[in-house]
Design a protein around this ligand. Structure first.
Ligand code: UDX
Ligand code: ADP
Length: 464
C-alpha cells in the first residue's frame, strides 16, 4: 500500500513538528495539517516563518522548505479527511476536569469528536493513527465508532505514540531512538497498514529502530516511558531535599550514580519540578487505569511520583518565603523563565506557574521575564488556576521584555527555566540594581554559585 495523502488532525506541539518532518522527508507525500483553531492555522500559514505558533529549534527552516510544496495547514477538516489515505489524530487529551475520573483520567472527548467526524466524512478506506497519548484500549473505542457507520468504509487503527521532547522536537523526530507502531498484526489487513506506516518512517529512520507491536503494547509503552522518565526526576528531586539537609551536593550525587551504566546519566538533573503537557497527565492516567483494575499498590506507587513533584514546587516557593524573613508581602520578586523547560514557548504545567501562584498568595509582587513566552500566555496560565481574579493577577504580576528590567528594585530573583541566556547575564549589573540583601534562588542548578556569592548575592540552589 503506497500512501500519497496524509491528514493530521491537530496542529499542536505534536502534530505540527511531526508532520513538518514527515513532509520534509517524504516530498512525494502530500501532508495536510488541519485544526479547528483558526488562529493557530493562520499562524502556521504566516508568510514570516519565524511567526509560526510553536517555537522549536530548526522547525521554521523545515516549514519554510516544505510549506506550499507538500505541507499544508488548513481549517477544512472534512476535505483533508476525505482526501487522505492515512489520518493521524493528534488532538489534545487533557486530564478530565469534570465527572468520573475528574483530575485523573484523560478526557477523550476531542478524540471521540475526531472519530465521529472521520466516520461521517470518509468515503474510502483509511488508516487511522492515534498519535496523542491515550489510555490503554482507546483504539478499541475508536474502532467501535468508526465501524458502526455501516457505509462499507474499512478502517485500520494503529497506535504510533510520539516520543519527541519539546525543545529538541526536530532532532528527536529526525533521529529517534525508536519509532513504535502498534497494529492488528495478527490479521493481513492489519499488517498491511502497519507496513504502510513503517514505509513512511523508513524514508529516514533505520529499519531496526522501527518496532512493531500489538496495539495495546504500543499504547501502554508510551505511558510507561513517560512514567519512568518522570520517576527519575522525582527520585533525584527527593534526594535534592536530603542533600540540602546533609551537606551533600545533588549534582555530585547525580554524576556519581549516572556513571553506573545500569543507571545512566540522563534525566538526573534536580529541578524545581517537572512540567510539560505529558508527565503529570500520563501518570495520572496510569494511576487511574490501575485503580480501575483495583490495583491499589500499583496506583499508589506511581501516584507518589506526582506527589513528590508537587512537594518540590511547593517547598521551593516556601523556602523563598522563609529565607526572606518569613514574608514576601509587598516585595518585588523577579521570575526569570516561565516555560516548563528551555527552548520551548510551551508553559503547560510549568513549575513557574505554581511557584508564582504560591508567592502571589503570600502577597508578593511578581515581575516575569521569559525570552519566548508571551504576556498573554502568562496571564492565562495564572487565570486558569483560579486562585484570584484576572484583575488581581494583572495588578500583582508584570511581564517585561528584559531580564534587567525585571530585576530592577527587586528583593529576589528566582530562576525557574534553564534558558542558556541566563548564564550569560551581567550578574553584577543585576545585583547593583536590586535591593539588599539581594536573594537569588536557582531552581535549575543553572548558575555557577561561587561568582554569584562573590558578587554579594544570598544564593540558594536546589540540592545544595
Ligand atoms: C516528555 C518526554 O521526554 C517525551 O518522550 C514525551 O514524548 C513527552 O513528554 P517533554 O515534556 O517535552 O517530553 O520534556 P522533557 O525533556 O521530558 O522534560 C519534562 C520536564 O522534566 C521538564 O520540566 C524538565 O525541565 C524536567 N526535567 C527533565 C528535569 O527536571 N530534570 C531532568 O533531568 C529532565
Ligand atoms: P499536543 O501537545 O498534544 O500537540 P496541543 O494542545 O498543542 O496538544 O494541540 C492539539 C490541537 O488539536 C489544538 O490546536 C486543537 O485546536 C486541535 N483540536 C482539538 N480537537 C480538534 C478537532 N476535533 N478537530 C481539529 N482539531 C482539533
Amino acid at each position: 500500500m503506497r500512501i500519497k495523502n496524509i491528514c493530521c488532525i491537530g496542529a499542536g506541539y505534536v502534530g505540527g513538528p511531526t508532520m513538518a518532518v514527515i513532509a520534509q522527508k517524504c516530498p512525494k507525500v502530500k501532508v495536510t495539517v488541519v485544526d479547528i483553531n483558526e488562529k493557530r492555522i493562520k499562524q502556521w500559514n504566516n508568510p514570516d516563518v519565524e511567526k509560526i505558533p510553536i517555537y522549536e529549534p530548526g522547525l521554521s527552516e523545515i516549514v519554510k522548505e516544505a510549506r506550499g510544496r507538500n505541507l499544508f495547514f488548513s481549517t477544512d477538516v472534512d476535505k483533508a479527511i476525505d482526501e487522505a489515505d492515512m489520518i493521524f489524530i493528534s488532538v489534545n487529551t487533557p486530564t478530565k476536569t469534570y465527572g468520573i475520573g475528574k483530575g485523573m483520567a484523560a478526557d477523550l472527548r476531542y478524540i471521540e469528536l475526531c472519530a465521529r467526524q472521520i466516520a461521517a466524512v470518509a468515503k474510502t478506506d483509511k488508516i487511522v493513527i492515534e498519535k496523542s497519548t491515550l489510555p490503554v484500549r482507546t483504539a478499541a473505542a475508536l474502532r467501535d465508532i468508526l465501524d458502526s457507520t455501516g457505509n462499507g468504509v474499512k478502517y485500520q487503527i494503529l497506535s504510533n505514540p510520539e516520543f519527541l521532547a519539546e525543545g529538541t522536537a526536530v532532532e528527536d523526530l529526525k533521529n529517534p531512538d525508536r519509532v513504535l507502531i502498534g497494529g492488528e498484526i495478527e490479521t493481513e489487513e492489519g499488517r498491511e497498514a502497519v507496513d504502510a506506516l513503517v514505509n513512511i518512517y523508513a524514508s529516514w529512520v533505520p529499519r531496526e529502530k522501527i518496532l512493531t507491536t500489538n496495539v495495546w503494547s504500543s499504547e501502554l509503552s508510551k505511558l510507561t516511558a513517560n512514567a519512568f522518565l518522570a520517576q527519575r526526576v522525582s527520585s533525584i528531586n527527593a534526594m535534592s531535599e536530603l542533600c540540602e539537609k546533609t551537606g551533600a551536593d545533588i549534582n555530585e550525587v547525580s554524576k556519581a550514580i549516572g556513571m553506573d551504566s545500569r543507571i545512566g546519566s540522563k534525566f538526573l538533573k534536580a529541578s524545581v519540578g517537572f512540567g510539560g503537557s505529558c508527565f503529570q497527565k500520563d501518570i495520572l492516567n496510569l494511576v487511574y487505569i490501575a485503580r480501575t483494575f483495583n490495583l491499589k499498590e500499583v496506583a499508589d506507587y506511581w501516584e507518589q511520583v506526582i506527589l513528590m513533584n508537587d512537594h518540590q514546587k511547593r517547598r521551593f516557593a516556601a523556602n523563598m518565603v522563609q529565607t526572606m524573613y518569613n514574608t514576601v508581602a509587598g516585595k518585588k520578586i523577579a521570575i526569570l523563565g516561565w516555560a516548563f523547560k528551555k527552548d520551548t514557548n510551551d508553559t503547560r504545567e510549568s513549575a513557574a506557574i505554581y511557584v508564582a501562584d504560591y508567592l502571589l498568595n503570600e502577597q508578593a509582587e511578581i515581575v516575569v521575564y521569559d525570552p519566548k513566552v508571551t504576556e498573554e500566555q502568562i496571564y492565562s496560565d495564572l487565570d486558569y488556576l483560579g486562585s484570584r481574579s484576572g484583575d488581581a493577577n494583572r495588578q500583582a504580576v508584570t511581564v517585561v521584555d528584559s531580564p534587567y528590567e525585571a530585576c530592577e528594585g527587586a528583593h529576589a530573583i528566582a530562576v525557574l527555566t534553564e534558558w542558556d541566556e541566563f548564564k550569560e547575564l551581567d550578574w553584577q549589573k543585576l545585583y547593583d540594581q536590586m535591593l539588599k540583601p539581594a536573594f537569588l534562588f536557582d531552581g535549575r542548578r543553572l548558575l555557577e554559585s561561587k561568582s554569584k556569592k562573590e558578587i554579594g548575592f544570598e544564593f540558594y540552589a536546589i540540592g545544595n
